[in-house]
Design a protein around this ligand. Structure first.
Ligand SMILES: *[C@@H]1O[C@H](CO)[C@@H](O)[C@H](O)[C@H]1NC(C)=O
Ligand SMILES: *[C@@H]1O[C@H](CO)[C@@H](O)[C@H](O)[C@H]1NC(C)=O
Ligand SMILES: *[C@@H]1O[C@H](CO)[C@@H](O)[C@H](O)[C@H]1NC(C)=O
Ligand SMILES: *[C@@H]1O[C@H](CO)[C@@H](O)[C@H](O)[C@H]1NC(C)=O
Ligand SMILES: *[C@@H]1O[C@H](CO)[C@@H](O)[C@H](O)[C@H]1NC(C)=O
Ligand SMILES: *[C@@H]1O[C@H](CO)[C@@H](O)[C@H](O)[C@H]1NC(C)=O
Ligand SMILES: *[C@@H]1O[C@H](CO)[C@@H](O)[C@H](O)[C@H]1NC(C)=O
Length: 473
């Protein structure tokens, strides 16, 4: 058993393993014939000028720019993220970390000729999208945090306020719904005319929050009113753009918006492709009441201690194992098709990104490796399949890829090494098993491959407090 040889020396610590007792054994059953939701991918954002951090704003060398881009977007050399969430800026300047708007100042009225401007930069996010596509990106989600201030009840891109023209939001300047729809479509058109495809578009971010940065309030009914206008505008534009809604601040908050999207003789949900929600104020651990695909489009540890090197210490909010579980629960219990962290990489010593850049130093966190344990092996178009474990300390998930390869993720919250007896059904013709290990001492370390039995079974060790991905090919 090459896998055993590879890991036993590292993990059979005397303190955990009395010499003569053998590790507990857990049965894991994976049935690729029982299939669930489709995977759209994994990803992150580089909004609020973090894209520009990657391009060297704070001292990253060109070599390290490429290294960070590869870590994020290359399937071969990194995590192979296929989704990038770019902010559609609403700011009238590029000061601080603002995302600049394509129409920073009011044209005078909603029906006046708009004054769009395009700088092929978009706060660093446009060149980032080019680099990401060059490495295999498949989905570019353009998402506005707010309409420009002049389109809103509070005449400010910040501090909440409503889009002028939706229910209960009238403005002296008139109804800006059509102008906002035109504006969003124009943002996507600028990208497309410059050779970068925008696949999905969203017009709200955390619409429950009135905060000092770009923010715009909406309930489900108000969102539905705007979606009808946006859908018609997209149709008339000839662009192939899917509409996402509504990036609620938590999964419960997003659920609460669904009745408004589903109501009436012309339900807005009919124009949507994806229901999007975040993980902050309530976690994605239940299935939203929709037949549409759902994406978890933003979540991060914004408050915990800086823990880039910790896969497991005490279950803290920034630890790798915590995020491995967050991802697994979202797919298994909340039926998501995509999972995005907040920032992918930024110059900081906080947990709000997956990769820290500190001047010219690059630190991929254990959260990053936890993401990669999924994103590298459960590719777009894969189906989640049935996977069960007989011990709650070892949780499992599994995905059947389009090429027939099966990826199985085993996450161990046990403090000692365990043995698993795994049986895989429904993956005919596949027999080689390639394991990868992440724990406090390993970062997606490739272990020795081995062969399954003809019956599709194998027995192997799972180190304490670790994540092992098995790729059966
Ligand atoms: C692109 O945007 C970033 C962030 O706003 C800015 O710092 C940079 O100067 C811009 N680059 C160009 C070429 O305009
Ligand atoms: C620029 O945006 C800020 C923030 O929304 C706003 O307070 C200010 O009035 C805007 N300036 C102009 C000239 O529109
Ligand atoms: C508009 O305001 C009224 C009165 O407060 C409220 O009952 C109604 O739900 C609001 N409509 C929307 C779409 O928020
Ligand atoms: C989801 O997580 C919350 C917070 O941890 C918990 O209270 C709730 O019971 C969980 N729901 C399900 C369905 O597991
Ligand atoms: C899971 O999501 C898919 C769409 O991706 C949907 O068809 C299916 O009904 C959802 N499953 C449950 C249990 O809601
Ligand atoms: C980059 O991040 C490090 C760590 O947070 C910080 O000390 C440094 O000042 C930052 N560099 C710049 C130019 O902001
Ligand atoms: C794993 O990554 C961390 C953080 O980047 C690094 O300090 C450590 O040396 C890496 N370990 C191995 C075994 O590569």
């Amino acid at each position: 058993m090459p896998l055993r040889t590879a890991i036993l020396s590292v993990l059979l610590l005397p303190v955990h393993s009395p010499r003569h007792s053998s590790p507990p054994t857990v049965s894991v059953l994976v049935d690729a014939n029982i299939q669930y939701q489709e995977v759209d991918g994994f990803g992150c954002s580089e909004a609020f000028q973090r894209a520009y951090d990657i391009f060297g704003k704070d001292g990253l060398s060109p070599e390290n720019t490429n290294y960070v881009l590869d870590l994020m977007f290359s399937e071969e050399r990194g995590a192979g993220f296929t989704i990038l969430r770019n902010g559609i800026g609403s700011s009238n300047s590029s000061a601080s970390n603002f995302m600049d708007s394509i129409e920073p100042f009011s044209p005078g009225s909603p029906s006046a000729q708009p004054h769009y401007i395009w700088n092929h930069n978009n706060s660093g996010q446009f060149p980032l999208a080019q680099q990401a596509y060059g490495r295999g990106l498949q989905t570019l989600y353009g998402n506005a945090w707010s309409a420009p201030g002049y389109m809103k009840t509070n005449n400010d891109e910040n501090n909440g306020g409503y889009l002028c023209g939706v229910s209960n939001a009238t403005c002296a300047t008139g109804n800006w719904m059509q102008a906002y729809a035109n504006y969003l479509v124009q943002w996507a058109r600028f990208y497309e005319e410059s050779g970068v495809k925008v696949t999905n578009i969203g017009f709200l971010n955390e619409p429950q929050l009135d905060v000092t940065y770009a923010s715009m309030l909406s309930d489900g009914t108000q969102a539905a009113e705007f979606i009808r206008v946006l859908a018609k505008t997209i149709k008339a534009s000839g662009l192939d753009l899917k509409i996402n809604c509504c990036d609620g601040v938590g999964w419960q908050e997003q659920e609460a918006m669904l009745p408004g999207l589903q109501a009436g003789p012309d339900p807005a949900v009919n124009y949507l492709s994806v229901i999007t929600g975040h993980g902050y104020s309530s976690v994605p651990n239940f299935t939203l009441s929709t037949h549409l695909k759902t994406w978890m489009t933003e979540w991060a540890d914004l408050t915990g201690d800086y823990t880039p090197y910790t896969f497991y210490e005490n279950g803290g909010p920034g630890e790798g194992l915590t995020w491995a579980r967050n991802i697994q629960v979202a797919f298994v219990s909340a039926n998501v098709s995509a999972f995005l962290y907040w920032e992918g990489a930024e110059n900081s010593t906080s947990n709000s990104a997956l990769i820290n850049m500190i001047g010219n130093t690059v630190v991929p966190s254990k959260r990053f490796w936890a993401f990669a344990q999924f994103s590298k092996f459960a590719r777009p178009g894969a189906r989640r399949v049935e996977a069960t474990s007989t011990d709650p300390l070892l949780t499992v998930s599994s995905f059947l890829n389009r090429d027939g390869n099966v990826a199985i993720q085993v996450i161990s919250a046990a403090t000692t090494v365990y043995t698993i007896d795994l049986q895989l059904k429904g993956s005919d013709g596949k027999s080689w098993v390639q394991p990868y290990l992440t724990d406090n001492a390993h970062n997606l370390t490739q272990l020795s491959p081995f062969q399954m039995s003809r019956e599709g079974t194998f027995t192997t060790s799972i180190p304490a407090l670790s994540m092992v991905s098995f790729v059966v090919a």
